[in-house]
Design a protein around this ligand. Structure first.
Ligand SMILES: Cc1cc2nc3c(=O)[nH]c(=O)nc-3n(C[C@H](O)[C@H](O)[C@H](O)COP(=O)(O)OP(=O)(O)OC[C@H]3O[C@@H](n4cnc5c(N)ncnc54)[C@H](O)[C@@H]3O)c2cc1C
Length: 407
């Protein structure tokens, strides 16, 4: 691929957002490299069913995929979360030269025409700017905050990412589960990638929430957590204990972080994905938010470099500011929604009890709440890479952003 200019973007993190951003920059002929701390990139969504946790009765049925396809023209494809980086990785052009694994970034220096990125190995990468797509525990965020404080004497972000909830995420075989096979297996049958498995996540409030840091959790902690929820009815005749007894070794401990930074960029550094905005997993939109932000960032960089192949720092800063402005409103909305959803699900209040026992069975929330509201407030507004021509499809609801007409 012939890159247009000597401008070089260093993306830190080969998660789904970093890989997607690389792909998008490649389409704009912008030179880039992706630095990934792990030995391999592509190391590794789930499904949901709404039942009442007291009786196990099914409250709503998921007709969401049909509604979405009719409304937006594209099939709704659930993807197992760890498969997505793999798909993005295998389809990334020139990945052998573009991605450098075992390349943990430990420090960044910026100067008037570019950046120097220092790796744990002692190597140094030179580039024009750095994008931190390095997840919720972002090192690039810490570097940005240090540089900002040194330059201005004030803190870049005063509200850190918080770990307010935790739980486990796992997959259980549904073959031996005794009852309600029709309900449990229907999910697997509809979504073939789940291969007869039930995917589940638990969410419990952390009594003493702390800023999100990497945690070491023993298997005993995970077992204790599962035992404390053993009585919860997953569907009629099946408790969480039954599910847990059928759970394979893929179970993960998951801290459920939340947070939104006020400063998404400084100097020649910007953040994208979980590094800058993290919604709770309850609304299942963290990754979507990250991909949308990466598209917005790619659009800004493409437009900037088209006007000026070697932009100065102030022009880069303006492009980063536009990126933040474009994304902030939607991100805040989704984060507020996720915040409310996770608290409603994890609370034992009368309000929650009334809602799940009396309201949900009568209200087709899948088609109303999650259908029309999601379509109008979110999906319809989906960003496109403004510089990539293609023939878009449309359903009954018009897209807000239209692609460039195909040549
Ligand atoms: C089990 C599970 C299920 C999920 N389900 C859903 C879902 O249903 N829907 C949804 O929208 N979201 C879901 N999420 C959240 C979603 O996976 C994240 O929002 C998404 O992965 C964020 O992508 P990212 O690329 O920003 O960060 P990450 O995926 O965290 O990737 C960051 C990358 O940066 C690398 N890195 C970190 N530090 C450095 C460094 N110093 N130097 C170099 N590389 C570094 C890491 O190794 C990693 O590869 C789920 C998450 C989990 C864990």
């Amino acid at each position: 691929m012939a890159d247009k200019t000597p401008f070089r973007v260093i993306i830190v993190g080969a998660g789904a957002v970093g890989l997607y951003l690389g792909y998008a920059l490649g389409l704009a002929n912008i030179d880039y490299v992706i630095l990934e701390r792990k030995e391999s990139a592509a190391a590794g969504m789930r499904n949901k069913k709404r039942t009442d946790g007291f009786t196990g009765n099914v409250l709503t049925t998921a007709r969401f995929p049909e509604f979405m396809e009719r409304r937006h023209g594209y099939p709704f494809v659930p993807i197992v979360r760890c498969d997505l980086p793999r798909i993005l990785y295998h389809n990334l052009p020139d990945k052998e030269t573009r991605i450098k694994t075992s390349s943990e970034v430990v420090a960044i220096e910026t100067h008037s025409t570019g950046v120097q990125v220092h790796l744990k190995t002692g190597a140094v990468e030179n580039g024009s700017l750095v994008i931190g797509a390095d997840g919720v525990h972002s090192k690039i965020r810490s570097e940005l905050e240090l540089l900002y404080k040194a330059a201005t004497g004030t803190d870049a972000n005063v509200a850190p990412m918080m770990a307010n909830f935790n739980g486990v995420i796992g997959r259980a075989s549904n073959e031996d589960l005794r009852t309600e096979q029709n309900v449990l297996s229907r999910l697997a049958a509809r979504r073939q990638s789940f291969n007869g498995e039930v995917h589940f996540a638990t969410i419990t409030p952390v009594p003493d929430p702390k800023p999100a840091v990497r945690q070491r959790v023993t298997m005993q902690d995970v077992e204790d957590h599962a035992a404390s929820l053993g009585h919860v009815v997953v569907c009629r005749g099946v408790t969480f204990k039954d599910l847990w007894d059928n759970t394979g070794k893929n179970t993960l401990w998951k801290l459920n972080q939340e947070g939104l930074l006020t400063r998404w960029h400084h100097d020649r550094i910007a953040l994208v994905g979980d590094a800058v905005h993290k919604s709770t997993s309850q609304n299942g939109l963290e990754l979507n938010l990250g991909l949308q932000s990466a598209a917005s960032l790619a659009n800004e960089l493409q437009s900037l470099l088209e006007r000026d192949p070697l932009p100065v720092t102030s022009a880069i800063d303006q492009a980063f500011s536009r990126y933040q402005r474009t994304r902030e409103e939607e991100v805040q909305f989704i984060l507020r929604m996720g915040r409310k959803m996770v608290r409603d699900s994890a609370s034992k209040s009368w309000g929650t009890w009334l809602w799940t026992r009396l309201m949900l069975p009568w209200l087709d929330i899948e088609s109303f709440g999650y259908g029309i509201i999601t379509s109008l407030m979110m999906i319809r507004q989906g960003l496109v890479l403004l510089y990539v021509p293609f023939i878009g499809k449309q359903g009954s609801m018009a897209w807000k952003n239209k692609p460039l007409p195909a040549l």
